[in-house]
Design a protein around this ligand. Structure first.
Ligand SMILES: [Zn+2]
Length: 300
């Protein structure tokens, strides 16, 4: 009788590696389920993260279609760490990025991002900053195999039922070096059903006067220029009357952002204020009705 071949088992090291990989994959999936992945038969909400990237701006948007967009990239690599929490480990593609203006606290994070992630579409005004970060971002955009669209007032981006309507600046700045870049900021209205959010970059009062006639009552205002006194004029608040204000500013930043006068102005309009310097990462969720906003810290 032939002898049965001895059962072969994997060496202990291989078993340990398989176990570790298995636990890693399982915990990644559970983490994703717990935080952002909705089962296929469930309705996907619009999710807007105001990421706590210190003194700067970085917003991550997940549309109900599943598409992903970044609005500004912050002043350093903090954005990459945040994406490590938001995206699955093997996800290296983001559908689009939008640069409101080329100041370092809005585009520096995009320099490393463009080295590590594949981006399909880049939206910007074309304004150029003659700073080291400004030059590097121009080079990275040129090297990325992405569609580059220069936006100005009147342009509209539709992603499923979400509409982004640009209200500022009046014209694009293709290849123009600009000194005062804050007022070149792309300002746009995001609407999804009854939810409306105004993104303002670092637009100051001069720009606000220019786009004021094209906006109305708003659910949410991304407060301009980190809450600086140069933005969020009383005239603008009178038109917007926002229920919620989002402020992105670094903890104990040297500029004193957000300014106490702007905070008291918002208080007078009974606007609920959410700040990255106090509350960290902020998540806005909408199914097309009343948006829900909450502090929702990411692990990184
Ligand atoms: Zn800024």
């Amino acid at each position: 009788m032939p002898r049965a071949a001895p059962k072969r088992s994997l060496p202990l090291n291989a078993q340990t590696i398989l176990l570790v990989v298995g636990v890693f994959l399982l915990s990644s999936i559970l983490w994703a389920q717990a935080t952002r992945i909705v089962l296929p038969w469930q309705e996907q909400p619009l999710r807007v993260w105001m990421l706590n990237v210190g003194q700067g701006d970085a917003f991550f948007i997940e549309f109900p279609t599943g598409e992903q967009m970044l609005i500004d990239g912050g002043r350093d690599d903090a954005l990459l760490a945040k994406l490590g929490s938001l995206l699955l480990p093997w996800d290296r593609t983001i559908d689009s990025i939008l640069m409101t203006h080329p100041d370092a606290d809005h585009v520096t994070g995009f320099i490393s991002l463009l080295d590590r992630y594949h981006i399909d579409h880049i939206y910007e005004t074309g304004a150029i900053a003659t700073t080291p970060q400004g030059r590097m971002i121009v080079e990275r955009v040129e090297n990325e195999a992405a569609i580059v669209s220069l936006l100005s007032a009147g342009d509209v981006i539709e992603i499923g039922e979400v509409v982004l309507s640009v209200v500022w600046p009046q014209e694009t700045y293709e290849g123009t070096e600009v000194g005062d870049r804050n007022n070149t900021s792309l300002v746009f209205l995001l609407t999804y059903g009854d939810t409306s959010i105004l993104f303002t970059g670092d637009a100051e009062e001069e720009a606000e006067q220019g786009f004021m006639g094209d906006v109305g009552n708003m659910d949410v205002l991304k407060v301009g220029h980190h809450g600086s006194l140069s933005s969020t004029s009383w005239d603008l608040l009178e038109i917007l009357r926002p229920e919620i204000a989002l402020v992105s500013a670094g903890e104990d930043n040297p500029y004193g952002h957000p300014h106490p006068i702007i905070m008291s102005r918002l208080e007078q309009w009974k606007t609920a204020v959410f700040r990255t310097d106090f509350q960290g990462d902020i998540l806005l969720t909408s199914y097309g009705g009343e948006p829900k906003v909450q502090s929702s810290p990411l692990p990184f």
